[in-house]
Ligand binder design. Structure first.
Ligand code: NAP
Length: 546
């Protein structure tokens, strides 16, 4: 079939956009429902986040035994994770294994960038236009485009004049990059920067790190997985997964029910120290009030301040590395040797908060009138999170209204999975879902199962259209905003709020009340016949003509 302009045409029940964790599971799950399903993926391979973020040191900050699928007990028993925190190459291998094991590749089109997705009200079909000039039709679209997949590059004056290579951590080349003997400038000090900096420091002649905001980081203490722990975890996988789902983050760790002020000063410090020695983001679970009580938060933060001072030898550098914000407001970083890297003679930290980057020259970065020589620029400057990847696609629903226009004053969705005016279009980990505040992989499975249930319910009603009612959507957004305002997460500039992107409306995007509350809401909505969703029949069945 051709579209009259030379592009090929195809039609599926469902088109899934993206071949990361969400897209692969969506394809697997929707195929099981008997729906013809196809993935369109911009990259040349599977992986999503784990395909693009291949910078040296890229590693997950959630333990590998939990940052993995549970839909197949055989898979979780067979796959052998080698380390406590998996590297990018290992996760990419895992996702390739999943694609092969479940024969998913035959329904995937790689190097296929989705440019527009337009709803035709007459036929009830979505028309999906891709960069290769082809058009695909689908009754349903599932956007599995990820939360952190639209990279952000600030516009520094003179950037285009830079003579050497520039790499964004989220768009890293497949070929290894060698920094040996070079002057390297790293811009940014978030999670990505903290992982790449210690590795570049080992190779570079001189590494200059340009920091605007200091971030909190706890050690990973990564290493090979302990064999006894692995054996125990696998023997109890199903039960462990069930227990994790009952926790606010969906991540199994010990949530101390005690508050900060219930214990003596000595016991409090002992608990912080134990968490520090254990490593990982479980630090925030040391006491139950760290993310809700100002003083509790300050004490937990002070402990990390002391750690930074004890690791970093130059007191001026240590002070610069100490964040002045609430701990846990931004995502807590997990590092391997980040702070100690500043004890090296070839590493310098440059404050660009007081004096922002003035300009980039062909051979360096200018700050406060001083030119810092650079052969290579590394941009670890983050993402237009949660809405960025969706807004890059021209998504048009009823009456030709675009999702980007609808979301100009902040994203509006019901449960983070659907938005009114955009029938039969679903988002996995969309704004309004718990996604990034939880262990992503199990949450993705929950979101996809819910979406598969929505599609099945719609099919059972005749296969017309399904979309949220405006009132249900508005209530969902308002409730989340209300809860988010009462947390300490509102008190900083973070990608959760979109405030890292110039001009983006400041709205707390993820669902903040935790995974169990979200699952309970979804279950309740299903048990009440998909309360808050509107089902309609297609007026004129023109599908066959498409
Ligand atoms: P990020 O946390 O948003 O950090 C971006 C950095 O770039 C910040 O330090 C930011 O400073 C800086 N920056 C941006 N624009 C700048 C400008 N014009 N001038 C100077 N500095 C500028 O991004 P990320 O490090 O890529 O991490 C994003 C998220 O990805 C993480 O929070 C995490 O969820 C995920 N991630 C996870 C892992 C892992 O699993 N281990 C690894 C990497 C990323 P400001 O803070 O002042 O804006």
């Amino acid at each position: 079939m051709a579209d009259g302009q030379g592009g090929a045409l195809a039609q599926f029940d469902v088109v899934v956009v993206g071949a990361g964790f969400a897209g692969l599971y969506a394809l697997y799950r929707l195929r099981q429902s008997g729906l013809s399903t196809c993935i369109l993926e911009q990259g040349s391979g599977v992986g999503g986040t784990w395909y693009w973020n291949r910078y040296p040191g890229a590693r997950c900050d959630t333990e590998s035994l939990q940052y993995s699928y549970q839909f197949s007990e055989e898979l979780q028993q067979d796959w052998e994770w080698s380390e406590r925190y998996a590297t990018q190459p290992e996760i990419e291998r895992y996702l390739n294994h999943v694609a092969d094991r479940f024969d998913l590749r035959r329904d995937m089109r790689f190097s296929t960038k989705v440019e527009a997705t337009v709803f035709d009200e007459r036929s009830g079909l979505w028309q999906i236009r891709t960069g290769d000039g082809n058009t695909t039709f689908a009754r349903y679209v599932v956007m599995a485009t990820g939360c952190l997949s639209s990279s952000l590059t600030p516009k520094f004056e003179g950037m285009e004049s830079f003579a050497g290579p520039q790499y964004h951590t989220a768009l890293w080349p497949k070929e290894p990059v060698d920094f040996t003997g070079q002057n390297v400038a790293v811009l940014g000090t978030g999670s990505s920067a903290m992982q790449v900096i210690p590795i570049i420091a080992e190779q570079a002649k001189q590494l200059n790190v340009f920091q605007r905001t200091a971030n909190y980081a706890v050690p990973a203490w990564n290493g090979p997985l302990d064999r006894d722990y692995l054996k125990w975890f696998k023997a109890n996988y199903v039960e462990n997964r069930k227990r994790a789902k009952r926790l606010v983050s969906g991540f199994l760790c010990y949530y101390n029910p005690k508050t900060t002020f219930e214990v003596s000063d000595e016991d409090r410090d002992r608990e912080y120290e134990a968490r520090w020695r254990e490593g990982g983001i479980g630090y925030l679970a040391a006491f139950s009030d760290i993310t809700t009580n100002d003083e509790a938060n300050r004490l937990a933060a002070d402990f990390i301040h002391r750690k930074i001072r004890s690791i970093v030898k130059d007191p001026k550098v240590a002070e610069l590395l100490i964040p002045d914000s609430v701990i846990g407001c931004k995502r807590l970083c997990v590092h391997a040797g980040y702070y100690a890297t500043y004890n090296r003679d070839n590493v310098a930290l440059i404050d660009v908060k007081t004096d922002p980057v003035e300009r980039i020259t062909p051979t360096g970065v200018v700050v406060a009138g001083k030119d810092y020589p650079a052969d290579t620029l590394v941009l670890a400057t983050g993402f237009d999170a949660m809405t960025g990847a969706l807004n890059k696609i021209d998504i048009r629903g009823r009456r030709g209204i675009s999702l980007k226009e609808k979301w100009a004053e902040g994203p509006r969705s019901y449960l983070g999975v659907a938005s009114s005016g955009f029938p039969n279009l679903f988002t996995v980990t969309g704004p309004g879902s718990p996604s990034v505040l939880t262990n992503m992989v199990p949450t993705i499975e929950q979101h996809v199962d819910f979406i598969a249930g929505c599609i099945a319910a719609n099919e059972a009603r005749g296969g017309g259209t399904m979309e949220p009612e405006v009132a249900a959507e508005e209530a969902w957004v308002a409730d989340n905003d209300g809860v988010a305002h009462r947390t300490l997460r509102y008190n900083c500039t973070s990608w959760y709020l979109g405030s890292n992107v110039p001009g983006k409306k400041r709205v707390f995007m993820p669902f903040v009340a935790g995974l169990p509350a979200f699952i309970a809401k979804c279950d309740e909505i299903v048990s009440e016949g998909y309360r808050g969703f509107r089902f309609e029949q297609i007026q004129e069945n023109a599908r066959g003509a498409a």
